[in-house]
Every structure is written in structure tokens, then in C-alpha cells.
Design a protein around this ligand. Structure first.
Ligand SMILES: [Zn+2]
Ligand SMILES: [Zn+2]
Length: 369
């Protein structure tokens, strides 16, 4: 093997020495899957490896009969002399970073990750390495998340106010990960919580996986009085906007939960009353802290505003570069509610730099270094 330990090929991030791919975007024989969001977990691979917490969630997104092996966090497996191990990424249930070691060389592929606490998955664990391939969805200094407790307060205070005014509260969030995190933050003593079917399916997978979530009700179980009174918290995927299912909850106030909500233009475009700034990706300080914690010398940045992060890291003495991949970051594609296997057409290939849903020039919300 002459090339680097991991390299981008037309089918995805490839380890030639071990002959496997990590989150490949075309069907391959052997794929290590960091997590079940659709831009990382495509269908059609002959064999997949993931963390045990992620197996059930991943399986429901694959074709029937998909071969998925699970390896516990931290336990290395060897393939052609290459040691591979998975480590918690703190992104969603079962999300993993991938550590690859060969002849004394150690690379870590972050997958998607966040450092903020999240009761619905294992916390991010820094892994020492020489080369760190990091996601960089929110790789601009303007992106700084408020503590999770403050977002929970905001959600519950708003819900209580709506309830007292006889209105329902509707939050749009991606079905896998974000919705469960919101649910875990909601105060069930305030009123009934109803999740859209796409969210409820994932809730069931989380509960099976031992994650405690507040009780949820089916809309059909609500009494006419409960619907008329207002005060229901509804969690639904963005695609439920404007559907008959949602029209039952009137009058209501709406919000969209996403890191992009930090930028005002996105909120307007989504046509909701408010934004809840809640992301399952690292913010700018989180990215820098995660990179530092690896002790690495070299950083390769994927999806998002990689150029800014790369420049920032080079100024601080790192060897840094952008890595051209087809991951899409938070939102518009990859973290949609999971498509059904029948509709699993590959989407238009996107390159990391052009895939950022929010142009950096849209809002004067802060400075770029
Ligand atoms: Zn993801
Ligand atoms: Zn991603």
C-alpha cells in the first residue's frame, strides 16, 4: 500500500490496507457505519459493522436481510492486520467514531459528533490519534450552542405559555436523534405529548435500546376535549408541515429545532413562529475542543465550512486540509426522517463545501476570524 491509510475514492472513504470503507456512498463489500443518518448509512452494502446501540436503528433503514455486525465500543477487531474500533460520538443513539490503526499509524474518523450532553446517547469520547478526520457542519465561530438545560427551559416555558393561552405547541425536528433529544427535554407534567408516526417509530427503537423517554400518546387516544383545550406538545418531522395530520392541532404555535435556527434567515424560510437552536453537531468551540483532545497533528475536515476551520487550524500549527466527501451535514438531506427502503434512490451527489444549507454571507450574525 502506497497511499494514505484512509483516502476518498468514488465510492467513499476507503482503507486500502484493510480493504473496507467508512460510511461509503456507493454499495461496497465491507462498510463500517458511524451512524444511521441516511447520508452516512446508504443501502446496498454486503456487510456492515456498527456499534451495538446502533444496530436496531440501522437495521430498520436497510433493505431486508442486510448483514450488520455489531462490535462494542472500544473493542478492536482486526482485518488484514488493520485494527478497527468504534468509540462513542455523542451524536445520536449508537453513533460512533472509527479508530483505524495500522503499523503504528492511528487515524480517527469522527462521523457526526457533539460534545454537549445528551441523555439519549453515550457521550463523545476523545480518542488519541495522529490524523483526525472531523465533520465540520457548524465550522464557523458564530456557531455556539447554549447549554442543553437552557434550551429545555425555553421549550417548556414556551409550551406552558401556549397551553395557558389554549394553543397547541408544534416542534419540527428530524425524526432520528433530534426528536428524541427534544422529547427527553420536554416536561411531561405540562400536558400530553404526541409524536408523528415517523418520530414514534424511532422512539420505540430508542426505548427498546434502554433510553428513557417521557410517555407519548397517539393522536387517536386524545379526547375531543383535550384537542379542543390546547396544550398538546407535538413533535413532527419537517415533512409533516401542512399535512392533514397536523391540522388537527389548531390553534398552535410552531418551531423548528436545528442548529441552523441560530441564523434568522433560516427561520423565516421555514415559515415557523420561532427557532429552537438545538443541534446534534459540535459547535465551533466543540470542534476545537474535540480536535485538541485527540492530540493529533493532522486534521482533515469534511462537510460544512471546512475552509474557515482549516485556515484556523493551520494558523495554530496543525497540518490541515479539507476532504471532499458526500456527507451533507445537519438538515436538508442526511438527517431527514429516514426514507423507506423502496424510495432509496441515491440523491444528487453533493460536495461538502457546496452542501452547507446556509450561505455564510446571509446574516451578519458574527465575525469570521
Ligand atoms: Zn448525522
Ligand atoms: Zn454527517
Amino acid at each position: 500500500m502506497n497511499g494514505p491509510l484512509l483516502q476518498v475514492t468514488d465510492r467513499g472513504l476507503y482503507c486500502e490496507a484493510g480493504d473496507f470503507f467508512i460510511d461509503p456512498w456507493r454499495p461496497v463489500d465491507r462498510a463500517v457505519i458511524t451512524h444511521a443518518h441516511s447520508d452516512h448509512a446508504r443501502r446496498g452494502h454486503a456487510q456492515m459493522l456498527c456499534a451495538p446501540d446502533g444496530v436496531d436503528v440501522l437495521r430498520t433503514r436497510m433493505l431486508p436481510g442486510a448483514v450488520i455486525d455489531a462490535v462494542p465500543y472500544g473493542q478492536p477487531v482486526a482485518h488484514h492486520g488493520v485494527r478497527v474500533s468504534l468509540h462513542p460520538a455523542g451524536h445520536i443513539l449508537g453513533s460512533a467514531q472509527v479508530r483505524v490503526e495500522w503499523r503504528g499509524e492511528v487515524w480517527v474518523v469522527s462521523g457526526d459528533y457533539k460534545l454537549s450532553p445528551d441523555p439519549t446517547c453515550q457521550p463523545f469520547e476523545p480518542v488519541r490519534c495522529q490524523t483526525f478526520i472531523t465533520e465540520c457542519t457548524f465550522g464557523l465561530p458564530i456557531y455556539r450552542w447554549a447549554p442543553q438545560a437552557r434550551v429545555a427551559d425555553e421549550l417548556n416555558t414556551w409550551w406552558r405559555g401556549n397551553r395557558d393561552a389554549g394553543r397547541h405547541t408544534v416542534v419540527f425536528a428530524y425524526a432520528l436523534g433530534k426528536s428524541q433529544r427534544l422529547l427527553a427535554a420536554a416536561d411531561p407534567t405540562l400536558g400530553p405529548i404526541v409524536c408523528h408516526g415517523a418520530v414514534e417509530r424511532v422512539n420505540a427503537e430508542y426505548r427498546t435500546g434502554g433510553i428513557e423517554l417521557p410517555p407519548t400518546r397517539r393522536v387517536t387516544d386524545l379526547t375531543r376535549e383535550e384537542l379542543a383545550r390546547g396544550g398538546v406538545l407535538v413533535i413532527a418531522p419537517p415533512s409533516a408541515q401542512g399535512t392533514p395530520w397536523l391540522r388537527r392541532f389548531q390553534p398552535c404555535e410552531t418551531a423548528f429545532a436545528s442548529g441552523w435556527m441560530l441564523v434568522r434567515g433560516t427561520r423565516r424560510r421555514r415559515g415557523v413562529d420561532r427557532g429552537l437552536v438545538l443541534s446534534d453537531h459540535a459547535d465551533w468551540p466543540g470542534l476545537l475542543a474535540a480536535i485538541e483532545a485527540t492530540g493529533c497533528q493532522r486534521v482533515l475536515a469534511t462537510h460544512g465550512h471546512t475552509a474557515v476551520l482549516v485556515r484556523h487550524l493551520r494558523d495554530r500549527g496543525y497540518e490541515a486540509d479539507s476532504l471532499h466527501t458526500e456527507f451533507v451535514g445537519e438538515g436538508d438531506d442526511g438527517e431527514q426522517e429516514s426514507p423507506e427502503p423502496s424510495s432509496g434512490n441515491p440523491t444528487e451527489p453533493l460536495v461538502a463545501e457546496s452542501a452547507a444549507p446556509e450561505p455564510t454571507t446571509s446574516e451578519p450574525a458574527g465575525g469570521v476570524p
